[in-house]
Design a protein around this ligand. Structure first.
Ligand code: ADP
Ligand code: MG
Ligand code: ZN
Length: 496
C-alpha cells in the first residue's frame, strides 16, 4: 500500500497506490431467469417458498429421470443476447462434474464450448464499453445455509440444504477483462442489472440472489501490457460488496507484489464484516470438471424467426432511454442534468418525462422536478397525468409560480393524482408578483442593507444570494428567484 493511503478495513474504496498500479477486472454475472418453471422440469421457479417443496425426480437427480429444456428460458437467454449485441449460435449442453452437497446430481448441466450467445458488449453511462465474451445457459444449484456461530462457513455447527433453487435457469454473462476500477465494476454491474430487468429476463433482486457476481481481479504496473495473475472472488451479492471486494483484493495483490511476492491464482471468498477476501481453494482448471456432452439433451438451434421475435420483444434499453432524454436537452447541457437523466431512467420515470415534454413542458424543468420531487414516491408520480405535470412546469418556467410554489402545487397534484395546477395555485393563494411590486420590495431591501449593497454594487456577486433571501423573507417566498436576480443586476447596472 502507498505511504499516503489510509489503512484498515475502514478505508473503503481508497485505491492502492493508484498512480503505480492498474486494476484489471472481468466479471462473471449469474442471472436467474424469470421463468415460470425450472430449466429442465416443471417445478415452480419461485423464491422464498417452504424449503424442498419445489422439487421432483428431475431436479433431485433421481435415477432414470430425464431433462426437458424450458422454451421460455431459451427465449429469455436470446433476449439477453440481443440486448448485449451478442451473436446467437447453435449450442449444446455439457455436464460439469463436481461434488457439492447443494447439487443433487453431482454435476451441473451447463454450456461449455458451444454457448448460446457469443461476443457483444455493454456500453456504460460513463461512456466506456465493456466487451462480452459469452452469455450461456445453465442450471442453478440448491442453496446451503450454515447454521450456528453467526452463519459463517468456517465456524458453523451444521448446514441445511434447500433444493428449491436446484435447476432454476441461469444465464451466466462473462465479460472481457476490460474493467479498470472498482467503481467501473460497480457501474457495469448496475447497468447490466438494468438491462436484464428491461429485457424481462430478470427481476434484478440482488438481495434475493437473482444476480450474483464473481469478480476476477488482477493488478499490473501502469504501462505494462501483459495482465497479472488473477484471483476470482465468488458470489458477491450486492453492488456495494462488489466494489469493496474489488478494491480490497486489488490492494491485497499490490501489497503482495510490492513486498516481492507473487499472486497465486485462486478462488477467494469475500468476508463482508471483516472487509477482506480469504483464500477458499486453488483455482479449478477446465479438466477438473471432466466436462462431457449431456447425452440426454439434443443440440439447441433456435431458427431465425424465433431469434428475431426474441430480439424484437425486448423493451427500450436503459442506454436508449438515456439518449432519448439527452436529445430533449440538446447539446449545451450540464453535468448535473446528465445526472438527472440517469436518475430519472433508473427510477423508471423517463416515459413520464418524455410525455410531459410532448405536452409542452420545457425539458430541463421537467427533469429537475421529476428527479428531485417525483423520485420520492415514484408509484404516486406514475399515476399523475403527464399533461397536468407539464402545465405546472410551464407555470414555473413562465415565472407565474416560483420554484417553492411550484413544489407545493406539485405535492398536491401528486396526492390528488392530477388536477389543474393553476387552480391548485389559486386555492393556495399563490399569485405571481407583478414586476412593479417586486421592484418595490427589492428597493426596500437594498435601502435596509446599505453595506451589503455597496459590496454587491462593487462586484461581489456572492451577495446576490443574500438579497434574494431577504426578498423571499419579505414576500413569504412569493417572489421568483430569477426575477429577483434580474432586478438586482438591473439596479446595479443603472447605478454604475
Ligand atoms: P475461467 O473459465 O477459468 O474462469 P476465463 O478465461 O473464462 O476463465 O475468464 C473468466 C473471467 O476472468 C472473464 O470475465 C475474464 O474477463 C476474466 N479474466 C481473465 N483474465 C483476467 C486477468 N488477468 N485479470 C482479471 N480478469 C481476468
Ligand atoms: Mg470463472
Ligand atoms: Zn423439478
Amino acid at each position: 500500500m502507498s505511504p499516503g493511503a489510509p489503512a484498515g478495513p475502514a478505508s473503503d474504496l481508497v485505491g492502492p497506490a493508484a498512480s503505480d498500479w492498474e486494476t484489471v477486472v472481468g466479471l462473471e454475472v449469474h442471472c436467474e431467469l424469470k421463468t415460470v418453471t425450472k430449466l429442465f422440469c416443471g417445478c415452480p421457479n419461485s423464491f422464498g417458498d417452504e424449503p424442498d417443496t419445489n422439487v421432483c425426480p428431475v431436479c433431485l437427480g433421481l435415477p432414470g429421470s430425464l431433462p426437458v429444456l424450458n422454451e421460455q428460458a431459451v427465449e429469455l437467454a436470446m433476449r439477453i443476447g440481443a440486448a448485449l449485441q451478442a451473436e446467437v449460435r447453435p449450442s449444446t449442453f455439457h455436464r460439469k462434474n463436481y461434488f457439492y452437497p447443494d447439487m443433487p446430481k453431482d454435476y451441473q448441466i451447463s454450456q461449455y464450448d458451444e454457448p448460446i450467445n457469443v461476443g457483444g458488449w455493454l456500453d456504460l453511462p460513463d461512456g466506456s464499453r465493456v466487451g462480452i465474451v459469452r452469455a450461456h445457459l445453465e442450471e442453478d444449484t440448491g442453496k446451503t445455509t450454515h447454521q450456528g456461530a453467526g452463519g459463517r462457513i468456517h465456524s458453523a455447527d451444521y448446514a441445511l440444504v434447500d433444493y428449491n433453487r436446484a435447476g432454476v435457469p441461469l444465464v451466466e454473462i462473462v465479460s472481457e477483462p476490460d474493467i479498470r476500477s472498482a467503481a467501473q465494476a460497480r457501474t457495469y454491474a448496475a447497468e447490466l442489472r438494468a438491462v436484464l430487468v428491461a429485457t424481462g429476463a430478470s427481476d434484478g433482486r440482488m438481495e434475493e440472489g437473482s444476480l450474483r457476481v464473481d469478480a476476477n481481479v488482477s493488478v499490473r504496473r501502469v504501462g505494462e501490457q501483459r495482465f497479472g495473475t488473477r484471483c476470482e472472488i465468488k458470489n458477491l451479492n450486492s453492488l456495494r460488496s462488489l466494489a469493496r471486494a474489488v478494491e480490497h483484493e486489488a490492494a491485497r495483490q499490490v501489497a503482495v507484489l510490492e513486498a516481492g511476492g507473487a499472486v497465486v491464482q485462486e478462488t477467494r471468498h469475500w468476508d463482508e464484516e471483516a472487509g477482506r477476501t480469504i483464500a477458499m481453494r486453488s483455482k479449478e482448471e477446465a479438466f477438473d470438471y471432466r466436462y462431457f456432452q449431456e447425452p440426454d439433451l439434443v443440440p439447441l438451434a433456435p431458427d431465425a424467426a424465433w431469434q428475431e421475435r426474441a430480439a424484437a420483444s425486448i423493451g427500450l434499453l436503459p442506454a436508449a432511454r438515456r439518449h432519448r432524454l439527452l436529445a430533449l436537452l440538446g447539446q449545451d447541457r450540464t453535468g448535473a442534468q446528465e445526472d438527472q437523466v440517469q436518475s430519472v431512467v433508473d427510477q423508471g420515470l423517463d416515459d413520464f418525462v418524455v410525455a410531459a415534454v410532448s405536452a409542452g413542458s420545457p425539458a430541463p424543468l421537467a427533469l429537475v422536478r421529476a428527479s428531485n420531487e417525483l423520485a420520492a414516491d415514484v408509484g404516486a408520480a406514475q399515476r399523475l397525468e403527464p399533461s397536468s405535470f407539464a402545465a405546472l412546469c410551464k407555470l414555473e418556467a413562465s415565472g407565474e409560480l416560483t420554484a417553492t410554489q411550484a413544489k407545493a402545487v406539485l405535492a398536491e397534484l401528486v396526492e390528488a393524482g392530477g388536477g389543474d395546477p393553476a387552480a391548485v395555485a389559486r386555492s393556495k393563494g399563490f399569485e405571481a408578483m407583478s414586476a412593479d411590486s417586486l421592484a418595490g420590495v427589492v428597493a426596500q431591501v437594498v435601502e435596509a442593507n446599505p453595506d451589503e449593497w455597496r459590496r454587491y454594487a462593487a462586484g461581489d456577486d456572492k451577495l446576490a444570494g443574500f438579497f434574494t433571501g431577504q426578498v423571499m423573507k419579505v414576500t413569504g417566498g412569493k417572489a421568483d428567484g430569477k426575477a429577483v436576480a434580474a432586478e438586482l443586476r438591473g439596479r446595479r447596472e443603472q447605478q454604475a
